[in-house]
Design a protein around this ligand. Structure first.
Ligand code: NAD
Ligand code: ZN
Length: 268
């Protein structure tokens, strides 16, 4: 079926659905310059997500290969400093204001849905620009650019990167303990889980955007929505596990398709 017809089908479903929920993954932010885990050519070809994405892996790498942590931080700071919401994020922000999107559930930690104007965002894997106290659990939000520039300056100042240096540079909680980035590492418990499953259970349509569907438990949300009777619309130019359940599957980039969908909703 031609792309245009698939887009029309998706628009038709969205118009007839009382409650639309978005479920997004790393592909949603690919056009903002943030590499996904599994697509080739990004920083994950140079760095091992397992090595840097678990607490024990991180400690091990910090002790054995501190330069690898330094290069990783330098690369990611540059990526996040220049990442802005892409046309797909912007379209979702407008769709919320028009009453077409109730909630965005995301696996991304980049804050781009909020920057694009979505007000109800559930972040199952946390947020890179929020910190959580290691002792009392209190959370605080940092302004993105100043937080990234603070880390960049600290890296320039620190000679040898080790655990003590890292702990010294982490923001301090009022209780006196260091605060870590509030992101979910491999093996840690996901955030906003009951709310996210409730959203999936109660929506009439789910837009599944740029996720390969292999990171659980988040990846189970589209099935949950489908079982509860919702229509599933998937936008992803690559492979994913949702072909069996999607009512409409659009094999294209979200930054291209979502503005097209929005245009048609606005013309209604
Ligand atoms: P993934 O890397 O497993 O899969 C990305 C998916 O996006 C692929 O299916 C790919 O085909 C698709 N894709 C690539 N470009 C796209 C585009 N322009 N439009 C639409 N789809 C596109 O990502 P995942 O399923 O989200 O799981 C990876 C985990 O990594 C998540 O848990 C997430 O927390 C984390 N992560 C987050 C970010 C971020 O915050 N931006 C970036 C990388 C990884
Ligand atoms: Zn504290």
């Amino acid at each position: 079926m031609p792309l245009i017809e698939k887009i029309e089908q998706a628009v038709d479903i969205l118009r007839r659905s009382a409650v639309v929920v978005v479920f997004s993954g790393a592909g949603m932010s690919a056009e903002s310059g943030i590499p996904t885990f599994r697509d080739p050519g990004g920083i994950w070809d140079q760095f091992d997500p397992e090595e840097l994405g678990t607490g024990s892996g991180l400690l091990h790498t910090l002790t054995r290969h501190p330069d690898r942590i330094r290069s990783f931080l330098e690369a990611t700071i540059d990526i996040f400093l220049s990442a802005k919401p892409n046309p797909g994020h912007v379209a979702l922000g407008v769709m919320e204001r028009m009453g077409y999107v109730r909630t965005v559930i995301t696996q991304n930690v980049d804050n781009l849905h909020q920057e694009a104007g979505n007000s109800r965002v559930l972040e199952m894997h946390g947020n890179l620009f929020r910190q959580r106290c290691l002792a009392c659990g209190k959370k605080q939000v940092s302004e993105k650019t100043s937080y990234l520039l603070h880390i960049r300056r600290a890296l320039e100042r620190i000679g040898r990167l080790d655990l003590n240096a890292v702990l010294r540079e982490l923001p301090q909680c009022r209780c006196g303990s260091p605060m870590r980035p509030d992101v979910v590492m491999f093996g840690e418990q996901v955030q906003d889980m009951p709310e996210s499953f409730l959203e999936a259970d109660s929506c009439s349509a789910m837009l599944v955007l740029g996720t390969s569907g292999v990171v659980y438990p988040a990846a189970a949300l589209p099935q949950k929505a489908k079982q509860a009777g919702a229509k599933v619309i998937e936008i992803n130019p690559g492979d994913s596990v949702y072909s069996g359940i999607a009512d409409v599957q659009i094999p294209e980039k979200t930054g291209r398709v979502l503005p097209e969908i929005l245009k048609r909703l606005q013309d209604a």
